[in-house]
Design a protein around this ligand. Structure first.
Ligand code: HAM
Length: 410
């Protein structure tokens, strides 16, 4: 028996209905904040992602060459594509642009619970607003989307400036490797790393960044930095918006394009793979030939949201099944059409047998059967049979439609 590729999943109808319901709640929230959907190709020129996506992601990419010899990659994330699209299509549209996407991404990672090779991201990008207000809006949208979906999570917000300030004397490669230890909160690894590069004097200050719980403590470590006012304003705005967060100035993020505010969220009830969201302020457009526009955004790991929420009741609309005699087939087609026109789901029997066999088949999937025999066809009526209670009544079509509509969801 052939199997699906490792790290991918199949979704049966019940699961798809659950996923679509959660997705539509998330879309609805994004829409309420003025974000509109965009869509980019599932594969891009490899270069789009190698420019700033970071070592980790480059290692994990699905890369291939097409018949024209072009080096392409399945998107490991969507931000780079969205900014490439902005440069290609939307540079002249007045900013800020508020965009969102719901897209599948591909990373060649070791699969485990909550970590897949094909997974879906729900993300937003706010392009062309460079302010604490923009940073705070993006965090607020993220919080609204996750809360509306019913996810319990812990939000950690930081900023890259303090860390970069402390590491400013190191060359960029060493800065990045040092930030990696801090980001993973691997403090003993950080200590050995700093010893190995003879920078142990930075240890206490860096640990202070990752663990400080107030802005006073933060600026006591860094001294005055140019970003101070913006950082203070961001947290004032988050407080004003009633967002529940904690500080973490040790967040570095795995992608290399971030330039300012960064944030991450961790779901309460997931195992090792509990990071449910990541985002921040970044600059990418200039790398793709555009203006050096300030942007800010986030991506939510949709599959992790689905696991975190657990069971949700999905309201299933009533399903009608039509059973008819051969002579009433034309009438049955007409009746089915009238119900469908009203938005009602109608199954027609495929067994081509007697009425009782048809009813037996339909009772597996339908809630109500419509029985159409000689009498109903001549009188222009339908017999409505409740397949759960066995109750049945003969009605004219309009009455039958009204009755089904009145019975709501099951
Ligand atoms: P990221 O942190 O790489 O950020 O991914 C965002 C989220 O995608 C993660 O927090 C996680 O929930 C989910 N995720 C990542 N890898 C997997 C996987 N293998 N299986 C399941 N879920 C996964 C970005 O991708 C940035 N583009 C976010 C961003 C948008 N920054 C600014 N704008």
């Amino acid at each position: 028996m052939l199997q699906k590729p490792r790290g991918t999943r199949d979704f049966l109808p019940e699961e798809m209905e659950r996923r679509r319901m959660i997705e539509s709640t998330m879309r609805d929230q994004a829409r309420r904040w003025g974000y509109r959907e965009v869509c980019t190709p599932i594969f891009e020129e490899l270069e789009i992602f190698t420019m700033r996506s970071g070592e980790g992601i480059i290692q994990e990419m699905y890369i291939f060459e097409d018949k024209g010899g072009r080096k392409l990659a399945l998107r490991p994330e969507v931000t780079a594509s969205v900014l490439r699209m902005y440069v290609n299509e939307a540079r002249v549209i007045p900013k800020p642009l508020r965009w969102y996407y719901f897209s599948d991404c591909f990373r060649y990672e070791r699969p485990q619970k909550g970590r897949y090779r094909q997974f879906w991201q729900f993300g937003v990008e706010l392009i062309g607003a460079d302010s604490a207000l923009a940073d705070a809006e993006v965090i607020s949208v993220a919080d609204a989307v996750l809360r509306a979906a019913g996810v319990g999570y812990e939000l950690k917000v930081g900023h890259l400036a303090p860390m970069k300030q402390l590491l400013s004397s190191l060359d960029p490669r060493l800065q990045r490797s040092t930030m990696g230890f801090l980001d993973k909160r691997d403090f003993s690894g950080l200590e050995s790393h700093l010893c190995s590069i003879h920078e142990e004097h930075l240890l206490d200050q860096l640990l202070g960044l990752a663990t400080c719980s107030s802005l006073e403590d933060l600026f006591a470590i860094t001294g005055s930095i140019p970003e101070r006012t913006r950082i203070e304003r961001l947290f004032q705005l988050l407080d004003l918006a009633g967002i529940d967060y904690s500080f973490n100035f040790g967040i570095a993020r795995g992608l290399d394009y971030y330039t300012g505010m960064v944030f991450e969220g961790f779901a309460d009830n997931l195992g090792a793979e509990n990071q449910i969201i990541g985002g921040g302020a970044y600059r990418l457009a200039h790398l793709f030939g555009g203006d050096d526009v300030a942007s800010c955004g986030f991506a939510i790991g949709f599959d992790r949201v689905v696991v975190s929420i657990g069971e949700v009741a999905t309201a299933r609309p009533i399903v009608i099944g039509i059973a008819c005699t051969e002579d009433s087939r034309r009438y049955a087609t007409e009746v089915a059409g009238l119900f469908r026109k009203e938005g009602i789901c109608v199954l027609t029997d495929l067994s081509d047998r007697g009425l009782s066999t048809q009813l037996a088949h339909l009772s597996r999937d339908a809630d109500i059967a419509i029985i159409l025999g000689k009498r109903e066809t001549e009188a222009g009526t339908v017999t409505l049979k409740n397949l759960h209670t066995g109750e049945q009544r003969e009605l004219v079509v309009a009455e039958a439609i009204a009755e089904v509509k009145g019975s709501g969801n099951r």
